[in-house]
Design a binder for this molecule. Structure first.
Ligand SMILES: [Zn+2]
Length: 311
């Protein structure tokens, strides 16, 4: 995959304004919800850093409530090398598999665990979270809403992206999107993860900016001038995929039977789409949608999710 994007210089944001490095909060005198946008949970997914840099340079301020911005895995991002763009996803461990109280408290001190503990108070204080990511697949942007209706409701409030995937996360550990209150059906706080497009494409960063503005606007918190930055986008035809199966690698080797690109629809139930070692992976129903097929996998990682379009 080509690397079109240059990583923005974020060094001058290191002090932040919250007491936590690389984080900002802007409060309006008018009460309202606390929105948080996180970027760089994966250090090489630089579209999110481009978007937060844009919001900061444009002095985007909420018309009510509070808007917070967080550059998460800045240590990994600092190692971004366009000749090895996959290498800086994380330094010690995947920062998007740590988000349960036990894992965060466990006696481990990888750079990701330390940073997660550092930003946790900000995450605990927000009402609604937008977590910006990009993906290996060259498919349309998609929102991962989790399995709760409130995640679906949040994703549906955004003008972008048009495709929402309701999925249960990964066996390897809890995502930020699924952390604490966000996964509690009785708690009003909600979160959405947006895959803004393929890693390192210019259009992915453009989408990330649009998604941020859309998120703030969805809560009536975007200033009029900022609304003009937002080019009018046609209302997407909203589609929802419900994930029914998460395929986790259990063998030493995982191979797909074809070069699936993501959002492939496999018409026939019983089609073999891959092999986990010797175990065939078979589609469980007709018109099965393959979500985010991944390459270069090791044991315990998610190979692909299987789902179906909701009518
Ligand atoms: Zn990611």
């Amino acid at each position: 995959m080509a690397v079109e994007l240059a990583p923005p210089d974020i060094g001058h944001y290191s002090a932040g304004n919250t007491g936590i490095p690389f984080t900002f909060s802007f409060a309006s005198p008018t009460p309202g919800p606390h929105l948080l946008i996180t970027a760089l949970i994966h250090g090489n997914e630089i579209c999110g850093a481009v978007a937060l840099d844009f919001l900061l340079r444009q002095n985007i301020r909420p018309t009510r409530g509070t808007l917070s911005l967080c550059f998460a895995n800045t240590a990994a991002f600092a190692r971004f090398d366009p000749s090895q763009p996959e290498a800086s996803r994380f330094l010690g461990e995947d920062m998007n598999r740590l988000w349960d109280a036990g894992t965060l408290a466990a006696p481990a001190d990888t750079p990701e665990r330390l940073r997660a503990r550092e930003i946790r108070p900000l995450i605990d204080s927000c009402d609604h979270l937008l977590d910006l990511h990009s993906m290996q697949c060259d498919t349309e942007p998609l929102a991962l809403s989790g399995m709760q209706e409130k995640g679906l409701a949040l994703a549906s409030r955004l003008a972008l992206p048009g495709l929402i995937v309701a999925d249960p996360g990964h066996r390897a550990g809890a995502r930020l999107r699924d952390y604490g209150a966000f996964a509690d059906a009785d708690d009003p706080r909600s979160a959405v993860l947006v895959e803004c497009g393929p890693h390192w494409y210019q259009r992915t960063a453009d989408t990330a900016i649009q998604v941020c503005l859309t998120f703030i606007d969805a809560f009536g918190m975007l200033e009029d001038e900022a609304r003009q930055i937002r080019p009018p986008s046609p209302p997407p035809k909203r589609r929802i995929v419900e994930v029914t199966d998460v395929i986790t690698v259990t063998a030493d080797r995982f191979e797909f039977t074809q070069d699936y690109r993501g959002l492939d629809v496999i018409e026939q139930r019983g089609t073999v789409i891959g092999y986990d070692g010797g175990r065939p992976i078979i589609t469980p129903y007709d018109s099965c949608v393959l979500i985010l097929p991944s390459r270069g996998l090791s044991r315990g990682q998610t190979a692909v999710r299987l789902g179906r379009f909701r009518d």
